[in-house]
Ligand binder design. Structure first.
Ligand code: ADP
Ligand code: MG
Length: 447
C-alpha cells in the first residue's frame, strides 16, 4: 500500500476518537490522501467548505495525531482537485516506487522443489541451495551464468523463497539490473534532494541478501557500475550475501569496469547449460503435474525432443498444447493433436520419428496389436516383438531408458536394458533377427 494511505488510515483512527461521529462523517469521511511531499501529507477534498472548516477547527487535532506518529511526516495540507497537478511528479514517483516494491516478492512457483536437477544445472543448484541455507558465509558472491530461458531467474527466486522460509525477517532485495539502473538514475536526477540519494544507499546497503538478475544490462552504465561497486564492497565487508546472474561468464563481461569484473569472479561462479533430453522430459512432467494435466509419455517425449534450446519455450509449447486441446475439447493424449497445436513452432511436414511410429511399424510387421506390445503379455512372440521395438527405439531415438520404460507400461529401466542387450546380441548372432530389424527400419524410414 502506498505510504500516504497507511499514514492517513492511522491518523483517521485517532481523529475519530476525538471528535463527534457527526463531524467526523461530515468533514473527514470523504477526504482522500494523495501523496507525501516535503514531509507534508497532502489530502484532497471536493468541498471548499471542508478545506476551510478543517483548517479552522481541526488543524490542531490532526497535528497532534501526526506528532504521535513519530514519522518523518510533520504537517498536512488540504487541497482541492484543481491543485492536484502541482503534485503530479510526486504521484508518479510514488507509483514507480510501489512497482519496485512489489517485485521484491518471490514467485511461489519458483522454488527448489519445483526445479528439476540434471547434469546441466546440478552444480548451480547445489551452490544456490548452500547459499540459501547459509547466506553470506559460503560462496560470496554467487555468480550464475547461462543462456536465455535456462533457469537463472528461477534459481534466484528459489534462493529468496528458501531464505524467507528459514527466516521471515531476512531482508532480501531481488531486482533486475534494469530496476537497479533506473533506481540509480532516479537518485541522481533528484541530486539536489539528498533524501533520494540517501534512500538509494539505504535501500541497497541495508540488506542481508542482494540479488541482481541479468547483470549484462549494466553495459555502458558507468555511473551505476560505480554505485554497484561501492554497494558490493559494503555488503561484502559485512558478510552479506550477493547473488548475480548473467548470460555469460564474468570474464566475458568486458564492458564492465575491471574492478567489478574481478569482484564478481571472487566468489563461486557456476553455469547452467542446455538441459539434456532426460532433464527436459522431467521438467515437462513436473510442469504438467502442477498444471494438473495428464500427458502420456509419448507426448512428453515428442515435445521434449523438439524443444531443446530453451526451457521457457518448452514450457510455452506445453501451455500452447493445453490451450489448444481445451479449445478443441480434446485430451492431449495423442501425437496428432500435439502436432496440430504446435504446427507453427515445429516442422511437421517431414516425417517425424517418434516412439509411436517405431512401435506402430514393429506391430504391423509382426501383425500384433499395439496394446499387446505395450502391455504385459508374456507370449514368446509378443515378448520378442516388444524387445525389438525397445531395441529400435533405443537405437534410433536415443530416448532415456526410463522414458522407454514408462512408455511400455511402467517397466523399470533394467527390463529395458535387458531387452536392448538381448536383441543387440541377436542382431550379431541370428541372421533372421538381423533381417527383421533391417526390414522394420526400412518401413519406418519409408513412411
Ligand atoms: P532465465 O532467467 O535463465 O532466462 P528462467 O529462470 O526465467 O530462465 O526460466 C524459464 C522458465 O523455465 C521458467 O518458467 C522456469 O521455471 C523454467 N525452468 C528453467 N529451468 C528449470 C528446471 N531445472 N526445472 C524446472 N523449471 C525450469
Ligand atoms: Mg531471467
Amino acid at each position: 500500500m502506498e505510504e500516504c494511505k497507511k499514514i492517513w488510515g492511522i491518523l483517521l483512527l485517532g481523529i475519530s476518537n476525538k471528535i463527534s461521529t457527526v463531524s467526523y462523517d461530515m468533514w473527514f469521511k470523504n477526504l482522500e490522501p494523495l501523496t507525501i511531499a516535503y514531509n507534508k501529507l497532502i489530502i484532497v477534498t471536493d468541498l471548499k467548505s471542508a478545506k476551510q472548516t478543517i483548517n479552522k477547527n481541526y488543524r490542531n487535532i490532526i497535528l497532534e495525531e501526526i506528532k504521535n506518529l513519530n514519522s518523518y511526516v510533520d504537517d498536512f495540507l488540504i487541497i482541492t482537485p484543481d491543485e492536484i497537478p502541482v503534485y503530479q511528479n510526486k504521484i508518479e514517483e510514488d507509483k514507480k516506487e510501489e512497482k519496485t516494491e512489489s517485485t521484491n516478492t518471490f514467485d511461489p512457483n519458483f522454488t527448489f522443489d519445483r526445479f528439476v536437477v540434471g547434469s546441466s544445472n546440478q552444480i548451480a543448484y547445489a551452490a544456490a541451495k548452500a547459499v540459501a541455507n547459509q547466506p553470506g558465509t559460503l560462496h560470496n558472491p554467487l555468480f550464475i551464468y547461462g543462456g536465455v530461458g535456462l533457469g537463472k531467474t528461477h534459481i534466484m527466486h528459489a534462493i529468496g523463497n528458501e531464505i524467507l522460509k528459514n527466516n521471515k525477517k531476512a531482508k532480501i532485495i531481488y531486482c533486475t539490473t534494469e530496476q537497479f539502473v533506473n533506481d540509480f538514475i532516479d537518485s541522481i536526477r533528484n541530486n539536489k534532494d539528498n533524501e533520494q540519494n540517501r534512500k538509494f544507499r539505504e535501500k541497497y546497503r541495508n540488506v542481508d541478501v542482494l540479488m541482481l538478475d541479468d547483470i549484462q544490462f549494466l553495459a555502458g552504465k558507468t555511473g551505476t557500475q560505480e554505485a554497484l561497486f561501492h554497494t558490493f564492497n559494503d555488503l561484502y565487508q559485512f558478510k552479506k550475501q550477493i547473488v548475480i546472474s548473467s548470460d555469460r561468464h564474468p570474464r566475458e563481461l568486458t564492458f564492465l569496469e575491471e574492478r567489478l569484473q574481478s569482484r564478481f569472479s571472487s566468489g563461486l561462479t557456476v553455469d547452467i547449460s542446455l538441459p539434456d533430453l532426460e532433464t527436459r522430459i522431467a521438467i515437462l512432467q513436473k510442469k504438467a503435474f502442477y498444471k494438473n494435466v495428464n500427458l502420456p509419455i509419448n507426448v512428453v517425449y515428442f515435445i521434449a525432443e523438439k524443444f531443446d534450446k530453451n526451457i521457457r519455450e518448452l514450457e510455452g509449447a506445453l501451455q500452447k498444447v493445453i490451450f489448444y486441446c481445451q479449445l478443441k475439447g480434446q485430451q492431449p493424449d495423442n501425437i496428432d493433436i500435439i502436432k496440430e497445436a504446435l504446427k507453427d513452432d515445429i516442422d511437421v511436414s517431414t516425417h517425424i520419428l517418434s516412439l509411436d511410429s517405431i512401435v506402430d511399424a514393429t506391430c504391423s510387421y509382426f501383425n500384433i496389436k499395439k496394446q499387446e506390445v505395450i502391455g504385459k503379455k508374456k507370449l514368446k512372440q509378443i515378448v520378442q516383438a516388444r524387445q525389438i521395438a525397445i531395441y529400435l527405439i533405443n537405437d534410433m531415438l536415443g530416448v532415456p531408458l526410463a522414458t522407454i520404460g514408462s512408455y511400455f507400461g511402467g517397466r523399470d529401466h533394467t527390463t529395458i536394458i535387458y531387452a536392448r542387450d538381448k536383441i543387440e546380441e541377436m542382431v550379431n548372432t541370428d541372421p533372421l533377427v538381423a533381417n527383421q530389424i533391417k526390414d522394420i527400419k526400412n518401413m519406418i524410414q519409408k513412411k
